[in-house]
Design a protein around this ligand. Structure first.
Ligand SMILES: Cc1cc2nc3c(=O)[nH]c(=O)nc-3n(C[C@H](O)[C@H](O)[C@H](O)COP(=O)(O)OP(=O)(O)OC[C@H]3O[C@@H](n4cnc5c(N)ncnc54)[C@H](O)[C@@H]3O)c2cc1C
Ligand code: FES
Ligand code: FES
Length: 1362
């Protein structure tokens, strides 16, 4: 610490208005850890730890003395070091409102508008919105959209969130609804209000059917909530900025130094101090946003002993407008750059700010808002990442950097081809500091464009990006100077030097473009094994982007030199368009409750999720939020880094030597027979003993005083391996080695005879990629020894309480009655917490039992993604025989799934794939075989819709090929073969009440499908580089567990003497609204308001032997169990009701209590009329009933980049008589979005050695706010009661996911049109997901023809398709 300075080593900041002072702060600790662990403010969540999900969003506020203004900005607390908030005010979700006091308008809106399902990332969204309101009390929807980049939600499709907040924006119509005078929402609301109290009784209940309702059709309504009930937003009521921070200046002006055990943090206040520090510690890291360094420290295990925060040094945060451009201090944040450049663009002549406009456009797609608020331009340049978004622009613009050192003084460096010297290296010396960046204006005869192509448009890193600048000779179209800089094509950002040189002096015409593309390919070679893969695509992108640049500039020149340059044709114009923001819109239609329904009867009404308000305030408790036990320990896993290898040795000595480490557990801590686990077959080792069978397999567990220590120790446990052959990674490897578990087959009719009698036979193959669950809450479990008899209490984020209990008991060697598993709620699951939790909840129980102390584990996102598997990748090989009219005669399909290293649920997943693969198509002769392949990947597992999405997309592929072959409309083929009631499936189940045709007809009409099909054709005939596609897809999905015994459920109802009811059932709440629906069922039967019924948790000591919450069946099963339990209570109360008919619930309960009547009852249910299914005999009735639906989707594809937008989706879904339309519509939309991710965006990449390369939101992209269909209309089919489930309802959790096939086939259609235009066959193979890479490479044209195939010569590819 420099002498004679006002210094501080005490961290001071304010949280929610309260002052925090800490004289012992560790600078390695992030703000998130500090908030959660030290201040116990657990509303702010850890979703990824890498700035990619937004779950940790908080608002920072500082006082800007120069402007006399408080500045508010959102940041990711997971990346912000706590040291960096010295002198700032932090606002967390707990600070803005609570259910105990008053909800903030933002919290109320997101909850009431059904914008929260699992609730785990709800506080993050709340804080993004809150920050926006603090800065713009009446923002626009566009601003809202921008503030939400960097905020992910896996459950909802974002629509309810945006809609809930719409009322706070300038786009809000007064009084809710669409704003039109005759708004149907408002009308419907009126009619809903008149429904209320009619006869005061509910319908009688029998076997789950509502008597008298079958076939009755009530009115349709849109009203999911009433916006008029929202309290108005009053900005004057906001938390005030701490006055002390305004008055005191010392926290800003003092030199700060915090010393931790491994890292010292400096915050100098002058440039001289900074330079001195850099001279003394040349390897010190300067951190502003910490968005690069934080990720390096967390995920690459880097330690930087000296960190310097330069954000209080005036020269580094200054913005100066010069005569030739704008100079930004290197610590100026990207958000400030946006604001500055926008002002410049708005006030200067257009030609002068062309570089600025390009930077602004780039920043729109640069990370999320929270990152842009924290990260600085200096960090982007100095990191020198080859995929930096700013560097290509700055290089092409000729930006000049000012660097300075204490001894060397100042240097000015132009960012040109000599600036970057290697991967993440540049010419700035270690002792030098980047002081400022000068970005020049453009001249009148200069044009500048920036491009970025990523997998997801918003908040994603680039695959290829570019900055392109051309200056013309005066009054000429001859190039004077050209600068072309590209990212993503080499270890550094590079300039295409020969292209730039060769094209100088040439006229801007098609021959220049031709020459330019060929030269670029020479300038930017890429080896077939280049890191990042996508080699041909990246090469195609470089020339496609150059072609776009050529067209853009030609368009401008044609205005200036009309006699020399042809204007762009309409078709060419679309190639130059930048992405337009279209505010999302849509409608949700459902059947209102029948006129006679009592106003207190909640069935059929859009009741708010039971935990929504607690989600929105951060009060909802997830496992990692539970208060710490006094002697609690935290665990971290030691994972295999080899896919198939002998374990030669495990050396944990160094780990055990770390202070705070309390133990290491591995296979040696268990008898061999208890080290075996698995939900169906015990074929997995809990801890790998002699060999490992995948990367990410659990070898050991370190337990320590805290999570960071445990993780640090886990990293130094040394494992020696010896590789074993074969190492089977892909399905193709497995086929070669015939590595699979018992294949399953279903045969109907005589398939060979069917082929013989067919007029045509086609064959083909399709690969369908896997999917990561990406629940926002990672796996989290807590094992607490009961203290006697060897008992264990396990708090678990699992879908399977009984399964967890069973495994813990078996491994500990105790009976089940000594182990209790408790599940409060899950932050999303989607199948990922059905069985794989065993690999964590059981090991921590082993550690807890041995140490006799509570042990908790909560995985980091990268650990979770590596360990826990996901949706199975599939390969489908099909053969179909059909008549010339398109009627199917015979179908043969072989499905191969990549099951990973253990059976887990792979057999069952394949079973569902086989049963559901027919989708809605009749065929008398079928033979379908499924091979669940055994490979050396982490075990793949259950995932929403369980194998059906993979099977159905293959079937639809086959159907579309038949249509292509016959030159028929695919809809005609679909309708010709579509099931009707009475048809019998290949597993001999007769279809009853088949509503698929109704759904189809309704969606076709709702979507104006036929008219829009023609419009799409018209659009395509006049557009060459942008194409549209529209597709209608139907859906059938069977509901039932194939294993008969699983179709059972239990519930417990306890009525207390004050009349309140505690309800328990065996299902878990993971966001799908199960508890809400169960409360609704109980409310109807007990005839009391939902507010009197509470569900605390799912626990094996209340309801034993539960079936896991899966297969969309829980409402059906537990709903009936609850109904039965409540009916028993009502039967017991009947005499008291009869003797006091004017009394109320409380009177009857009191009377019964004093009369010594039991007020608790268990309910049990087993689904009648089903018998499971036997694959060997093809006997049984696997499904209780079927769900049906249909969707129409229209997309637009950029044929030059492969980007696509979903313009509109319409869905009609049969959910029977909905128990809760808000929950059901939320499930329909959320499932559809997950399917959209599966089929278009989400791509798991594995190295040839079986290492998962996509291990977090930075590399694995789930749909974001920008991916939602711009128009999304959902209708629940009216008048379709289902007699086979509770109150005539149907399941909704999984089936709608399959409707996202409509997106895939709309894209395929658009690509086919592009190919046809370019003279290529419209028949082509497109595997799933239809990523930008696959789309671009399928849109073959003269540019892709220039790309030579990437051929590997003994090198390994960067990734393989598994
Ligand atoms: C979720 C996420 C999304 C992202 N998305 C994008 C994206 O879309 N596009 C993109 O290009 N990048 C992206 N990034 C990367 C990163 O955000 C940017 O590079 C950002 O500009 C870094 O700035 P920072 O202030 O946070 O850097 P820091 O992490 O604070 O520092 C980065 C490096 O720069 C050095 N440095 C900083 N200032 C100076 C200086 N004055 N003198 C010398 N050295 C200095 C530091 O020593 C350090 O090595 C993303 C990062 C995350 C976490
Ligand atoms: S936890 Fe911070 S962004 Fe995901
Ligand atoms: S509610 Fe958004 S992640 Fe669950």
């Amino acid at each position: 610490m420099p002498e004679n300075l006002v210094t501080s080593s005490t961290l001071v900041f304010f949280v929610n208005g309260k002052k925090v002072e800490d004289s012992d702060v560790d600078p390695e600790v992030t703000l998130l850890t500090y908030l959660r662990s030290k201040l116990r403010l657990c509303g702010t969540k850890l979703g990824c730890g890498e700035g990619g999900c937004g779950a940790c969003t908080v608002m920072l506020s500082r006082y800007d003395r120069r402007r006399d203004q408080v500045i508010h900005y959102s940041v990711n607390a997971c990346l912000a070091p706590v040291a960096a908030v010295h002198g700032l005010a932090v606002t967390t979700v707990e600070g803005i409102g609570s259910t105990q006091t008053r909800l903030h308008a933002v919290q109320e809106r997101i909850a009431r508008a059904h914008g929260s399902q699992c609730g785990f990332r709800t506080p993050g969204i709340v804080m993004s919105m809150y920050t926006l309101l603090r800065n713009h009390p009446r923002p626009s929807m566009d601003q809202l959209d921008q503030y939400f980049t960097g905020t992910l939600c896996r459950c909802t499709r974002y629509r309810p969130i945006l809609e809930g907040f719409r009322g706070l924006t300038t786009d809000a119509p007064a009084g809710g609804g669409c704003g039109k005078k005759d708004c149907c929402k408002l009308k419907a609301k009126d009619s809903a209000e008149t429904n209320g109290l009619l006869n005061g009784t509910t319908s009688k209940v029998q076997n789950g059917e509502t008597e008298g309702q079958l076939g009755e059709v009530s009115d349709v309504t849109h009203v999911l909530y009433d916006a008029e009930d929202f309290q108005p937003y009053d900005p004057s009521q906001e938390l005030i900025f701490p006055p002390e921070l305004k008055v005191q200046t010392e926290w800003e002006t003092q030199y700060v130094e915090f010393r931790g055990p491994r890292v010292t943090y400096h915050r100098p206040t002058t440039l001289a101090e900074l330079l001195k520090l850099k001279t003394e510690h040349p390897q010190a890291r300067i951190i502003v946003g910490n968005t690069e360094v934080g990720v390096e420290v967390k995920f690459k295990n880097q330690i930087y002993p000296v960190l310097i925060n330069p954000t209080n040094i005036p020269e580094l945060i200054e913005v100066t407008v010069t005569e030739t451009g704008v100079k930004f201090g290197s610590s100026v944040t990207l958000s400030t750059i946006e604001d500055t450049l926008r002002h410049q663009v708005d006030t200067l002549p257009e030609y002068q700010t062309r570089v600025f406009s390009a930077i602004l456009e780039m920043l729109r797609w640069f990370a999320g808002k929270q990152i842009r608020n924290a990260a600085a331009i200096g960090g982007n340049i100095m990191t020198s990442s080859p995929i930096s978004d700013l560097n290509p622009l700055l290089m092409a613009a000729g930006a000049v950097l000012t660097v300075r050192s204490a001894e060397g003084g100042v240097r000015e460096i132009e960012m040109d081809e000599n600036f970057f010297t290697g991967y993440r290296r540049n010419v700035v010396r270690p002792e030098e500091v980047l002081e400022a960046v000068h970005v020049p204006y453009t001249h009148e005869n200069e044009y500048f464009v920036g491009y970025k192509q990523a997998r997801r448009r918003d908040d994603d890193i680039a695959i290829v990006n570019a900055g392109m600048r051309v200056a013309f000779r005066p009054d000429s179209i001859a190039v004077e100077r050209l600068r072309l800089a590209f990212g993503g094509m080499a270890p550094t950002t590079v300039m295409a030097l020969s292209t730039m040189k060769e094209l100088e002096g040439r006229c801007w015409d098609s021959s220049l473009m031709e020459a330019g593309t060929s030269l670029l390919l020479q300038d930017l070679p890429l080896s077939a094994s280049a890191p990042g893969g996508m080699v041909e695509y990246r090469r195609a992108l470089t020339i496609s982007l150059f072609f776009k640049f050529y067209l853009s500039v030609r368009g401008r020149l044609s205005e200036q030199f009309p006699s020399l340059v042809h204007p762009l044709t309409k078709a060419e114009q679309t190639a130059t368009q930048v992405h337009r923001y279209i505010p999302p819109q849509g409608t949700q239609l459902f059947q209102s409750v029948p006129p006679g329904q009592h106003s207190l009867d909640p069935i059929g009404r859009p009741i708010t999720h039971a935990s929504a308000f607690k989600h929105a305030t951060g009060e909802a408790v997830y496992v990692d939020d539970m208060p710490r036990f006094e002697n609690e320990l935290q665990a971290a896993p030691v994972l295999s880094t080899r896919a198939h290898a002998k374990i030669l040795s495990i050396d944990e000595k160094e780990a055990l030597g770390i202070e705070g480490v309390e133990g290491f557990f591995c296979w040696k801590d268990l008898p061999e027979e208890r080290n075996k686990v698995g939900p169906i077959a015990a074929d997995e080792e809990l801890f790998a003993s002699k060999k490992v069978v995948c990367v990410g397999q659990l070898i050991g567990l370190v337990v320590a005083k805290d999570r960071a220590t445990a993780q640090r120790a886990a990293r130094v446990v040394r494992i020696q391996y010896e590789d074993i052959k074969p190492c089977i990674i892909t399905i193709q490897d497995a086929i070669k080695e015939q590595s699979w578990w018992t294949p399953l087959t279903i045969t109907k009719g005589d398939v060979e005879a069917g082929f013989r009698s067919s007029e045509h036979v086609l064959e083909g193959e399709m690969h369908v990629g896997g999917q990561e669950h990406f629940y926002l809450e990672t796996h989290a479990h807590l094992a607490v020894p009961k203290g006697e008899d060897g008992g264990m209490e396990v708090y678990s984020a699992t879908q399977n309480a009984a399964g967890t209990q069973r495994h813990v008991a078996a491994v500990l060697g105790v009976p089940l009655n000594l182990v209790t598993c408790r599940v409060k709620r899950l932050g999303g699951a989607f199948g990922g917490k059905e069985t794989r939790n065993i690999m964590l909840s059981v090991p921590i129980s082993v550690a807890a039992a041995a140490l006799k102390r509570p042990v908790r584990i909560s995985l980091d996102r990268d650990e979770d993604m590596q360990m826990t598997g996901g949706r199975h990748p599939f390969l489908g090989r099909w053969k179909i025989g059909f008549t010339k009219e398109g009627v199917f005669k015979a179908i043969k399909i072989d499905l191969y799934s990549n099951g990973g290293c253990s059976l887990d649920l792979s057999g069952a997943v394949m079973g569902y794939a086989l049963l559901n693969h027919d989708n809605v198509y009749r065929c008398e002769n079928r033979h379908i075989t499924g091979y669940p392949c055994k490979t050396n990947l982490p075990s793949n597992t259950a995932f929403r819709a369980f194998g059906s999405p993979q099977a159905i997309i293959v079937t639809e592929y086959m159907v579309s090929r038949v249509a292509e072959f016959l030159n028929m409309d695919p809809d005609e083929v679909r309708l010709k073969n579509m099931y009707v009631s009475g048809d019998v499936t290949h597993y001999k189940q007769t279809l009853e009440r088949c509503t698929v045709r109704r759904c189809w007809d309704e969606v076709v009409s709702q979507a104006d499908y036929h008219m829009r099909k023609e419009m799409v054709q018209q659009f395509n005939s006049s557009n060459k580089y942008t194409k549209r596609g529209i597709a209608a897809l139907p859906l059938k999905f069977g509901l039932g567990f194939i294993e008969l015994f699983l179709n059972q459920a239990g519930a417990l109802v306890m009525v207390y003497t004050d009349g309140s009811v505690l309800l328990s059932h065996g299902g878990t709440e993971m966001g799908q609204g199960l508890h809400t629906k169960m409360i609704q069922v109980a409310s109807r039967v007990l005839k009391i308001p939902v507010t009197r019924i509470y569900i605390d948790e799912t626990s094996t000591d209340k309801v034993p032997n539960t079936t896991s919450t899966a297969a969309s069946l829980s409402s059906d099963l537990y709903g009936m169990a609850v109904l039965n339990a409540c009916t028993i209570i009502m039967q017991r109360l009947e005499p008291y009701i009869a003797s006091n008919p004017k009394g109320e619930w409380d009177d009857w309960v009191t009377a019964a209590y004093f009369d010594r009547v039991s007020l608790s009852a268990t309910g049990f249910y087993k689904t009648p009329g089903i018998s499971g299914y036997n694959f060997e005999t093809n006997e049984g009735r696997p499904f209780n009933y079927f769900c049906f639906g249909a969707a129409v989707t229209e997309v637009e594809v950029d044929c030059l980049t492969g980007d696509h937008s979903v313009l509109r989706t319409d869905i009609v879904m049969d959910v029977g008589d909905s128990l809760n339309p808000a929950v059901d519509i939320g499930q329909v939309e959320g499932a559809f979005m997950q399917g959209l991710g599966l089929y278009t965006l989400e791509e798991l990449r594995y190295s040839p050695e079986g290492v998962l390369l996509t291990r977090g939101p930075g590399t694995y992209k789930i749909p974001g706010f920008q991916n939602i269909p711009r128009e999304f209309n959902v209708s629940l089919l009216r008048g379709a009661p289902n007699p086979r489930a509770v109150f005539s309802s149907k399941a909704t959790g999984e089936p709608p996911l399959l409707l996202a096939t409509s997106v895939f086939y709309a894209i395929k259609q658009a690509v086919a049109s592009a190919r046809a235009d370019q003279g290529f066959s419209p028949v082509f193979r497109l595997d799933s997901p239809a990523t930008a890479e696959r789309i671009r490479m399928a849109c073959q044209d003269s540019l892709t023809q220039k790309i030579e195939p990437a051929v590997l010569n003994n090198e390994k590819p960067w990734s393989v398709t598994v």
